[in-house]
Ligand binder design. Structure first.
Ligand code: AKB
Length: 313
């Protein structure tokens, strides 16, 4: 039997785009999608699997000869603040469980980090690759722990663990579900459905964002890169573009003139956004494995509007 690839958290925002990309590259039968919910479609192997259940996860990896794991299951920043205990169980205990399985079965593993791994004391514009982190959200704390645990497993056990600090990801395929940057997806659907969007962040809140096609390409390129060249394998800064809600709304309004934005600030989410970088210095990713983003704000807006229009026809 050929070695398999396992995607944990396959039904989430990243997984919904990553699984089809992996299946195009390696063939549908080699990519096992897994999540805690029933499958959405039957385009390839699917297993219902809780990543905190180490025994059954280890059995799945052994039985299916899994040699590469994409561990995407996590609670995002806003949802995690509502239930920090559950966020710890999923984001930290879950990651530890999956890393142990990767150690025992010598799997290569990808674990996403985030701009949330930084905090209010971090230099924000741009945020260097190596700098003070000290995040103030449970999600951000879990991401720093993830970065450090992956680096530890690499040094201590030679686990080939790799990761990226993602900006707010923008995709038409699946909703992000509980993040601080969700507005950057919601605004597109609202523009095409009702023409009106109420944003919960201030109009001048500048954050790093990235079109999902760039995010997926970054994952695939990092996972294929020569390990000996990766100085920061477990957590590379990658930048797409930076924009404020007002700039995003203006770019949409240039294409849909009746689209309007209003603001009703949610203090909790605003405080999280204010503690995050405005832009990331991704020069280490550029030097070590050739990272280059392809989608700026204008290209992202074009792609998103086209993709959502296609879904509606
Ligand atoms: C969130 O907003 O929580 C995520 C992230 C930036 O990691 N999109």
């Amino acid at each position: 039997m050929e070695q398999q690839i396992l995607v944990i958290g396959a039904l989430g925002q990243i997984g919904s785009d990553l699984v089809p990309a992996l299946r195009r590259l390696y063939g549908a039968s080699r990519v096992i999608a897994s999540d805690v919910k029933p499958a959405r479609d039957d385009e390839g192997p699917y297993v219902m699997q809780d990543c905190t259940d180490g025994a059954s996860l280890a059995e799945l990896v052994r039985r299916s000869r899994v040699k590469v794991i994409y561990h995407l299951a996590a609670m995002l920043s806003a949802t995690a603040e509502k239930d920090p205990q559950q966020a710890w169980r999923l984001n930290v205990d879950g990651l530890y469980t999956v890393l142990e399985v990767a150690r025992i079965h010598q799997c290569q593993i990808f674990v996403p980090s985030s701009i949330a791994a930084f905090g209010p004391e971090t230099p924000r514009d741009p945020t260097p690759q190596i700098t003070i982190q000290r995040p103030t959200t449970i999600y951000g704390i879990s991401k720093v722990i993830g970065e450090l645990l992956c680096a530890y497993y690499a040094t201590r056990y030679n686990v080939d663990a790799r990761g990226l600090r993602f900006p707010g990801l923008i995709s038409a395929t699946a909703p992000p579900g509980g993040g601080t940057t969700d507005y950057a997806v919601e605004i597109f659907h609202a523009a095409l459905e009702t023409g009106a969007y109420t944003c919960y962040l201030r109009p001048d809140t500048r954050l790093p964002l990235m079109y999902m096609a760039d995010g997926i390409r970054a994952i695939l390129e990092l996972m294929a890169a020569d390990r000996s060249r990766l100085r920061y394998a477990s957590a590379y800064n990658i930048q797409g573009f930076s924009a404020t809600p007002a700039e995003l709304a203006a770019a949409i309004a240039r294409r849909i003139p009746h689209a309007q934005i209003t603001y009703d600030i949610q203090p909790d989410r605003q405080a999280i956004a204010d503690s995050w970088p405005r832009a990331l210095d991704d020069s280490a990713a550029r030097e070590d494995w050739g990272w280059r983003p392809q989608y700026d704000l204008e290209a992202t807006v074009d792609e998103m509007l086209n993709a959502i229009r296609c879904q509606h026809t």
